[in-house]
Write a protein that binds this ligand. Structure first.
Ligand SMILES: [Zn+2]
Length: 92
């Protein structure tokens, strides 16, 4: 039986921890308001991933977590932006 990992407690804990940092949106650089409707507001906080999950990014790694506006996150997700390949600094 498969469970959506985004519904799991570790993921929610990561979301809460990332939001608690109070960081600006890593995509557009503007502050993320904390008083808006988190489910619907386009400027609400969402957890984005530095390395997209579709490219092997880790859903639960704090080092891969970034704060983003809902609209920035979805705009980025809908676009295929060519980026230079990321090289791992360590090979273990
Ligand atoms: Zn933004």
């Amino acid at each position: 039986m498969l469970v959506n990992p985004r519904n799991g407690r570790p993921y929610r804990r990561l979301v809460d921890a990332q939001r608690a940092l109070g960081l600006p949106c890593w995509i557009c650089g503007h502050n993320i308001p904390t008083t808006v409707d988190r489910q619907r507001h386009p400027l609400a906080f969402t957890l984005d991933h530095l390395v997209p999950l579709s490219r092997g990014g880790d859903l639960l790694a704090p080092a891969n977590a970034r704060s983003a506006h809902r609209r920035c996150n979805s705009a980025r997700g809908n676009r295929t932006t060519p980026r230079p390949p990321q090289r791992a600094s360590r090979r273990w």
